[in-house]
Design a protein around this ligand. Structure first.
Ligand SMILES: [Fe+2]
Ligand SMILES: [Fe+2]
Ligand SMILES: [Fe+2]
Length: 488
């Protein structure tokens, strides 16, 4: 690969290049969707092979990947009657043979210079019988020799260009037979070993790289947390005052109201929640003093904690905003589900389980926020970010686990529900909860989320530093009030 390649481009220029490549690929897809799929397979397998075998450095791999995506872009100019045909006339073969040169002409218009050689020579043969220049042996650039092999492998194993695809073993044997004639005799056996020993050989190379990037960024954030360089957010003072007031036997509604009224945002949100159909009752709720008896002390505390917690789920960048909103819905649904399960089990601590449900994923939220604030790479797809966040909670708390799974089933989660029966989950069985109870909780959670999830925001109440909610290691172990929760 040329020295002045990908590494000299800025992150923005790289992004532009990938965007242009995607646009060209979309044009190719318009012409023939199978052609795009072929290009993607050739790009992924070639780049994964060169990475696994250490044939190229990281920057070169990116160019090889792009060259793979665009190697047949010259077919944009070839009539569909020719590209879709299984057998071609000699004139049509000549027409087809023009595509590497056409591709170079198209790619020269953008900043694709470093991959032109790979694209131009991807049909050269080791013995000099290929096209367009009849280059032979190592005069053919390495990346073109690699593309040639995976191009041929894909043509042999897919039905795009032949009525019947060859089984992998037969395709590899056919390639081996042509090693030293058509293919690089040193690379061909290595490709065989790679294909036979790498089940994920066709995995999306770009996504894999982006996932690696996000994971490294997450590790750096966690390290900063451990080193105390990032201060975890702390609950507002009003939450602590409220909690100690509620613990005292003799506390009155008036006293609790006075504490809450110090914070107008919390007060307003609390009134909205108390007015919602979920907490329906007699008379109108116009003040905090009216809201408290409607909810009860413990429920008031749960809701105030949830309101304060909501401000953690704010982000400026639109894609993270959507992601955090989704996590908020998931956390709140888990909280209510945990509480309702606890009530169904006649436990005396439903509020504690509400809190555990609410904060069970808080490590991920903090990680996501820190990443959103620090990441300069705009092109990182949320798919890669979600994959790195992963749901890694260890289900050592059965109720919260079941609540978490219920929210997954209900669609309040970034993770797909696999369709299994919740009552069959070990956590449900150990708790002795029937399908009927779980269904009842599900109906109730649905109602609660529909009516009140939007009433908690916005409330920028978290302050920096301080105790109370102390996140010892983000996503790993943290304490929330009196509760210690360990996630993986
Ligand atoms: Fe080609
Ligand atoms: Fe091809
Ligand atoms: Fe979760």
């Amino acid at each position: 690969m040329p020295e002045d390649s990908y590494s000299v481009l800025s992150a923005e220029e790289r992004e532009q290049l990938v965007e242009t490549a995607k646009m060209l690929l979309a044009m190719l897809e318009e012409k023939d969707p199978r052609l795009r799929q072929h290009c993607e397979r050739v790009a992924n397998t070639s780049a994964n092979f060169c990475e696994a075998t250490g044939l190229m450095a990281d920057d070169e791999l990116h160019y090889l990947y792009l060259a793979g995506l665009l190697h047949d872009v010259g077919l944009i100019g070839t009539p569909p009657a020719v590209t879709e045909k299984m057998s071609l006339s000699p004139e049509e073969v000549q027409l087809m043979k023009k595509h590497p040169v056409t591709a170079v002409r198209i790619l020269s218009l953008a900043r694709f210079e470093p991959l032109l050689a790979a694209v131009r020579h991807h049909h050269e043969a080791w013995d000099g019988s290929g096209y367009p220049d009849g280059r032979r042996g190592e005069d053919i650039p390495l990346e073109a020799r690699v593309l040639r092999l995976f191009d041929a492998f894909d043509d042999l194993t897919s039905t795009a260009r032949r009525p019947q695809a060859l089984p992998v073993g037969e395709a590899l044997a056919a390639i081996q037979e042509r090693a030293g004639v058509e293919f690089d005799p040193d690379l061909a056996p290595r490709v065989r070993t790679f294909v036979e020993s790498t089940p994920g050989m066709g995995e999306d190379f770009m996504l894999k790289k982006q996932l690696d990037f996000v994971k490294r960024a997450f590790a750096a954030i966690l390290q900063k947390f451990s080193a105390g360089k990032i201060q975890p957010p702390a609950m507002p003072q009003v939450v602590f005052d409220l909690r100690s007031a509620i613990r005292r036997q003799e506390t009155t509604v008036k006293e609790v109201a006075q504490i809450l009224e110090r914070d107008p945002v919390i007060s307003l949100r609390l009134i909205s929640v108390a007015k919602s159909p979920v907490y329906k009752g007699y008379g109108e709720v116009k003040s905090v003093q009216a809201a408290i008896p409607r909810l009860g002390f413990k429920e008031t505390l749960s809701i105030v904690v949830a309101i304060a917690n909501k401000s953690l789920y704010e982000a400026r960048q639109p894609q993270y905003k959507v992601a955090l909103d989704k996590m908020w819905g998931h956390s709140l649904a888990t909280a209510y589900a945990a509480k309702l399960f606890a009530q169904a089990l006649l436990r005396d601590d439903p509020e504690t389980l509400f809190l555990m449900g609410l904060v069970h994923d808080v490590g991920k939220v903090i990680l996501l926020r820190a990443f959103a604030e620090s990441s300069k790479e705009k092109a990182i797809p949320m798919e890669a970010v979600w994959a790195a966040v992963q749901d890694s909670t260890i289900p050592d708390i059965l109720v919260v686990h079941l609540a978490n799974m219920l929210t997954r089933k209900m669609g309040y989660s970034s993770f797909e529900w696999d369709g299994s029966d919740l009552a069959e989950l070990p956590s449900a069985r150990l708790l002795g909860l029937s399908s009927d109870t779980i269904d009842r909780v599900e109906g109730k959670v649905k109602e609660v989320i529909k009516d009140i999830a939007h009433l908690f925001s916005p409330a920028p109440l978290w302050t920096r530093g301080g105790g109370g909610f102390l996140f010892l290691r983000c996503g790993l172990t943290f304490t929330a009030g009196d509760v210690i929760i360990t996630t993986s």
